[in-house]
Each structure stands twice: as structure tokens, then as C-alpha cells.
Design a protein around this ligand. Structure first.
Ligand code: ARG
Ligand code: GLU
Length: 718
């Protein structure tokens, strides 16, 4: 994966002179409740509808058509009967769970022929935001900055709990109260949760995951990264647990689909749930991300992914078990590489330093002495936190990155249970519940694969500096003669956790007298030593710094708002709440060319039967060869993906990409390599979001999947 060809490709991008075309990228992910302040600019750029149609206080806005999918992605209603679009990668773990060796949906896809064939996805929920309310006044009143951070947090937590209780209207409604602008504002999101969600269409990997890790985070792209699901509700259209009698949910709003296609410069919006950005960091914090956090994560994951990769490529069974977790580990691994390169190439630390110099000049004569020392305080505390942050990253990625060690967390629960005064009957009952909850882990776990990862990651961890490595780990390593293989044999042959058989036997029979079996377990021992070291020796030291950093961050954002109204932060960092971003369809100059749209023509020649991610399903090739494109053809081919200048991040996957009329033109799924730094620093010259063209989605549904019955539910506009 991390091979020389790939490296050459990465650096190649950056050595190209970039011819910047007319760019109208607009940094920002705005709260729908504040979108009015952006209306003039959005109209100038091409918005055709009043912003009140996007969101309004009466509850009739298009926010009702956007869903938080599975807790981490976005999706959108596209029919009056509860159909939603999201990404293939967002539905991937459900596609994997529904698959067996005989009925392998990852390889062959799944296309329901009727409603009766739609497949329940246990555990999957979608949430719809009904209302957003500013609760800053209540949450932050009478809280002086001199209050110790722990005390402040306690009061805020209490107020959030009180308010949450007051908001609670009925069993389907949930409120979620979160800080914005580093705690300078608080907002409540009122939402409803739907629990009966069924798979309708899940394209095969050769379409939905085409290019996989090789193409991930890159442009050009030819991925059909979409899936179709349906939300069900009870007879009164209210949220309900799965039941065969449930009816398709009738949403308050759904998106009509515009099938006329996109042109360069077209106005676009992305409406969704961006997860986390850190736009207002100081130069010292960017330095920490770029030189400490990202590199540790990349190195540790390179070791693990190389090992998984070898196993997965040689064995279909292993592939099926590891596909979903591999995708998520690899996704961050690759993004951080793009982020580090982007931060370097654009010298973001220097840009931040210049902002800080300007800030210092502005506050030089401020009567508020505190403002003059903000940055000095940040610098001291961030630098002071560097080694603690590093130690935590190493333990998290290198030790908890080993599946058996991570899973050993369950022993803490069992020990806790043994220490209570529960009766044996209660203990047995709880142990059976734990057994059930472990089934999901064992279903996709192979000890021999994990053992190889152990042998790769342990030496990596042990070679780090003295402060990083838990003292007891040094001791244990010497007991095994500094031989990771010897150590791993003892763990994987003897631990309970590394064998479902041993673990289940233990859980079936254990009594409160069995604590010793756990305390002597070799995987638990490792888990215990590393997590206790972090908890007792590192976290308390980190907290000394991070409490101060939190206060200073909050004050720094507030001071920027105060001294520099022209450059004040216009939008809060992403925090998994509903946001609107807007921009234009725009090409990007790269060595492959300067274009904004890819087509089926560009995908078909990339077929390679030898390489999983480039194996194109025969049926798609046949359609292509027959030019059987139906009404989805344009210039004798089918559009596949396009890029635009919307500011997006993780969590925006599956978000509706809308035109100026609020019609669906695409499904967001990624960003381009040069722009992954946009979580920290957005530059309109480099940043693009990538969407699946909705015409490709409809082509795959109708022509490839023969599921045209679904199109009849949708509203297709020209
Ligand atoms: N990079 C996209 C996102 O952040 C797509 C990830 C799924 N694909 C993959 N190969 N892991 O989620
Ligand atoms: N693929 C990402 C996700 O799962 C979206 C891409 C991004 O980070 O912008 O949310």
C-alpha cells in the first residue's frame, strides 16, 4: 500500500504548477439556523430559493429531508415513501453483516426487486433534525473565566442535563446540547430517531468501492459510492422498532432529483453532519498535529495495514471478515498523509504565525492584559503537552491497535461485576449478556492474523522513548527475552480473549471466585499495564495542560471575534451537528488534466481482474459495450463523479449535494488529496469535495440493478 509508486504519485501532485481557475470556493460550514446571514452571498453565487426553504422555525425546511445516518454519516430522503440515499461506505458494515460466503453482497451487490425483499439492518438508526435552538444564555450565564475548568465543566454538565430533561417531550424526541465556538455558544438540536431501516440497494464492491484504498482521497475518481435504504415507521408514521408490519415512513420533506447534469461554475450546497474540524488552532497546535499526532498514527497503521493486506489478498474468507474494519483504519491512515503534506506544502504553521503576529499587534494596547498573554499561555501549554500527547497516541495506536488487547477491555467489566454483591444467578445472567455482546467481535476476528499484528506493533511500541513505554511493559518484554514472537505465543495460546471457545467456556462457568483467571490472563495483563500507566501517569499531567488550553482556546476565539470583526470566525468548528456548506462546481489542474467530471469511459479501461479494487463487474462492462445507457447517457457515456468547492469533512459522507433550487444533483463521498488539510486550513486553491453524480446512481439502479421500480417513487426534474 505505502509503496514507492504511491509515494511518487503523492509528491507528483504537489510539484505541479497549479493553474488556478476562477475560484469561488467559500470556506465554511454554517449552522442552518444562521444561514440568513449568508443569503446575499449565496444568491450572488446562484442560490434560487429563499434560505427559509433550507431551514425555518416552523419546521417545514429541507433539514427534514437530511438524516444523520448510523451516527456518523449523512443520508437524504428522496421519495415520499422513506427511501434514502447515502454512501456505499456508510452502509458497508451492514452490507458485510448481511453477507455470507454463499450470498456475498460485497462481491455481487444487492438489489431488492420489491419492498418485500428489502433487508432489515439491526442496529442501524437514522435521525432527523426538527429544530435548532440557541441555549447559550442558559448554559453560560454567570460563569467567570476565573472559575476552575473542572468546576465550570461540572456546572455546564448539570445545566445541560437540566435543560435536556426540560426539553424531553415524548419518547421519540431527543435533544442534543453541544458547545460551539470553543464553548462561547451552546445550541440544542432536537431530533427524532428511526430504528427500522432496511437495505434496498447495495452495489457490488466493483462499483461502490471501485478504486478502494488506491483511489481513496483522490481525484480523478470513478466510484459509485452510494447505497439505497428505506426508513419504516409504525401505522401512525412514528418511529418504531423493527416490525414486519411497519409501513414506509412518510417524511416531512424529500429532495426532488435534478437529472439535467452539472456544468462548471454551477452553484452547489452540501447539507449534512460534518464531524470534526479544528479551524481555529494556534500555530503550536498545528505543529503538534503535523509533527507528532499524524506521524504516529500513520506509522502504526502502516504496520498493521501491511499485515492485514497480505492476509486479505490471499484469502477470500479473511477478506470478508476484515473488509469493513480495514476500510476504516485505512481511511484515516491515508487522510492524515494528505493532511501532513498539505500542511507542509502550504506552510500552514507560518500562515498561523502571521495571524498570531497580527493578533498580537491588535491587542498590544488592549486594556485587557489577559488578551496579551493568551498566545504565550497557549504556546507553553501546547508545547508542555507534546510528550503526553505522543505517549497517548502510541498506546492507542500501537497497543490498543492490537485487536485482542483492545477487546480485553471487557475483562474490566467482568472484574467489576465480580466485585459487586450480586448473587451468582445475577452474575451468570450478566456474563451471558457479555457473551452475546462479544459475538460481533468474534464473527470478524482471526487470532492468527491478530497475532502477526501483535508481532509487528509490539516492537514498534517498545522502541519508543522511556516516557512512552509503560514500565511494566519493559519488564514483561525482558521476561520474554525481548522476543515479540515468544510473547505473542504466550498471549495467543493462553489468553481467554484470543479464542472464542475458551472465552465462552469461561463465561458459561465463571463465578466470583474466578478473578484470578482474569488477573493472570496474558492479554489482559498487557491491556491493564498500558491503560493504567496512561490513566495514572500520563492523563493527569496532560489534563494540567489541556484544562488551560481549553480556557485559552475559548478566550482566543472570543478575542478574535472582539478585535478583528472583519476576520472573525464566521462559522463554528464542525461538531457532528447539521451544517450547510456552499460553493461551485470547479475543476482542478492536475497531471491527469483539468476537469471537474469523470465518466464511465474513464472507468472501463481501468479494469484489472488481478486486483480486487479494479475488478469491474461483467454486467457493467456489457452495458458499456452495448452503449446501453438509457436516458442517463451524456456525450455517449455516463457521468460518474464530479468535484466542487464546498467545505466538507468526515461525516459529510452521504450528504445531499444540491443545486440552487434545492434539488439533488449528487451524493457527497470524499475530498481530494491536495485538500485534506481543510479540516485545519481551508484553501480555495486546493480544496474540493467529491460527489457521485446522481445520474450515475440512477443508471446503476435502473440499468445495472434492474430496479427501475424505485425510480417511480422519486421526483425527477429536468
Ligand atoms: N475517504 C472517504 C471518507 O472519508 C471514503 C472512505 C471509504 N473508502 C475507503 N476505501 N476506506 O470516508
Ligand atoms: N468520506 C468521508 C466520510 O465518511 C467524507 C469525506 C471527507 O472527509 O470530506 O464522511
Amino acid at each position: 500500500m505505502w509503496n514507492s509508486k504511491f509515494t511518487a504519485l503523492l509528491f507528483g501532485f504537489f510539484s505541479l504548477p497549479l493553474t488556478l481557475t476562477t475560484l469561488c470556493a467559500k470556506e465554511g460550514m454554517y449552522q442552518p439556523s444562521k444561514i440568513k446571514s449568508r443569503e446575499a452571498e449565496m444568491k450572488r453565487m446562484g442560490l434560487k430559493i429563499p434560505v427559509e426553504q433550507l431551514y425555518n422555525e416552523n419546521g417545514t425546511g429541507l433539514n427534514n429531508a437530511v438524516v444523520l445516518f448510523g451516527g456518523g454519516c449523512t443520508g437524504e430522503f428522496v421519495s415520499p415513501q422513506g427511501l434514502i440515499f447515502t454512501n456505499h461506505h456508510c452502509a458497508y458494515s451492514y452490507g458485510q453483516s448481511l453477507s455470507t460466503k454463499e450470498q456475498n453482497y460485497l462481491e455481487n451487490g444487492f438489489f431488492a426487486k420489491s419492498r418485500a425483499e428489502e433487508l432489515p439492518c439491526p442496529g442501524l438508526t437514522v435521525q432527523v433534525v426538527r429544530k435548532l435552538e440557541d441555549v447559550t444564555g442558559y448554559i453560560t450565564s454567570n460563569l467567570a473565566d476565573t472559575l476552575p475548568e473542572a468546576e465550570r465543566n461540572r456546572i455546564i454538565k448539570e445545566r445541560i442535563e437540566n435543560l435536556t430533561r426540560a426539553y424531553h417531550r415524548n419518547q421519540h424526541t431527543e435533544v442534543d446540547i453541544r458547545p460551539f465556538y470553543e464553548g462561547n455558544e451552546y445550541w440544542a438540536t432536537i431530533k427524532e430517531t428511526y430504528k427500522d431501516v432496511r437495505m434496498v440497494i447495495f452495489p457490488p464492491d466493483g462499483i461502490g468501492k471501485f478504486g478502494a484504498d488506491t483511489d481513496n482521497w483522490m481525484w480523478p475518481r470513478e466510484s459509485g459510492d452510494f447505497a439505497v435504504l428505506r426508513v419504516y415507521a409504525d401505522a401512525n408514521n412514528n418511529p418504531a422498532d423493527y416490525h414486519p408490519d411497519n409501513k414506509p415512513y412518510r417524511p416531512v420533506k424529500y429532495f426532488p432529483i435534478n437529472i439535467s447534469g452539472v456544468k462548471e461554475g454551477d452553484f452547489t450546497m452540501v447539507y449534512g453532519f460534518p464531524g470534526r474540524t479544528t479551524q481555529y488552532l494556534s500555530s503550536f497546535q498545528v505543529d503538534q498535529v503535523q509533527h507528532i499526532i499524524d506521524p504516529i498514527r500513520i506509522q502504526a497503521r502502516t504496520i498493521k495495514l501491511d499485515i492485514w493486506d497480505k492476509y486479505m489478498r490471499n484469502d477470500k474468507d479473511i477478506f470478508l471478515k476484515y473488509a469493513s474494519k480495514q476500510a476504516s483504519v485505512a481511511n484515516g491512515w491515508k487522510k492524515w498523509q494528505g493532511e501532513v503534506l498539505g500542511l507542509q506544502q502550504n506552510n500552514v504553521i507560518r500562515i498561523k504565525e502571521q495571524q498570531e503576529e497580527r493578533f498580537m499587534a491588535q491587542v498590544a494596547n488592549s486594556p485587557d492584559a489577559g488578551d496579551r498573554f493568551l498566545l504565550t499561555g497557549l504556546e507553553a501549554n501546547v508545547k508542555g503537552s507534546n510528550r503526553h500527547v505522543a505517549a497517548i497516541e502510541y498506546s492507542r495506536e500501537a497497543i490498543l491497535g492490537i485487536e485482542a488487547i483492545q477487546a480485553s477491555a471487557v475483562f474490566n467489566n467482568i472484574l467489576g461485576l465480580f466485585r459487586t454483591d450480586a448473587s451468582q444467578a445475577q452474575v451468570t445472567d450478566s456474563l451471558q449478556k457479555i457473551k452475546k455482546s462479544l459475538a460481533g467481535f468474534y464473527k470478524n476476528y482471526l487470532p492468527h492474523v491478530d497475532q502477526t499484528v501483535f508481532e509487528g506493533l509490539i516492537p514498534y511500541y517498545m522502541q519508543q522513548n522511556d516516557y512512552v513505554v509503560a514500565p511494566q511493559m519493559k519488564y514483561l518484554y525482558s521476561v520474554y527475552g525481548r522476543d515479540a514472537h515468544k510473547w505473542s505465543n504466550s498471549v495467543y495460546n493462553n489468553s481467554l480473549i484470543t479464542s472464542s471457545q475458551r472465552m465462552y467456556d469461561f463465561l458459561d462457568k465463571a463465578t466470583k471466585a474466578d478473578s484470578f483467571a482474569i488477573l493472570g490472563d496474558p492479554a489482559y495483563k498487557l491491556y491493564y499495564e498500558v491503560t493504567s500507566y496512561v490513566k495514572n501517569d500520563i492523563t493527569p499531567r496532560l489534563t494540567v495542560n489541556s484544562d488551560k488550553i481549553n480556557v485559552l482556546n475559548r478566550q482566543y476565539v472570543r478575542a478574535q471575534m472582539k478585535y478583528n470583526p472583519a476576520r472573525k470566525p464566521l462559522y463554528p468548528d464542525a461538531n457532528s451537528t447539521l451544517r450547510i456548506a456552499y460553493g461551485n462546481v470547479a475543476p482542478i489542474a492536475q497531471k491527469e488534466g483539468n476537469f471537474f467530471l469523470t465518466t464511465l469511459d474513464m472507468k472501463i479501461p481501468r479494469h484489472n481482474p488481478e486486483v480486487d479494487e479494479f475488478r469491474i463487474p461483467q454486467r457493467l462492462t456489457d452495458l458499456y459495450n452495448r452503449k446501453d445507457f438509457g436516458r442517463w447517457q451524456q456525450n455517449n457515456t455516463v457521468p460518474v463523479n464530479f468535484i466542487a468547492t464546498n467545505h466538507t469533512t468526515g461525516g459529510n459522507s452521504g450528504s445531499p449535494v444540491l443545486n440552487g433550487k434545492g434539488e439533488l444533483i449528487g451524493i457527497n463521498f470524499d475530498r481530494i488529496w491536495q485538500g485534506t488539510m481543510s479540516d485545519i486550513y481551508f484553501d480555495e486553491g486546493f480544496c474540493r469535495n467529491i460527489a457521485v453524480d446522481v445520474r450515475y446512481v440512477l443508471f446503476i439502479i435502473e440499468k445495472y440493478g434492474q430496479a427501475g421500480w424505485l425510480l417511480k417513487e422519486m421526483k425527477l426534474n429536468k
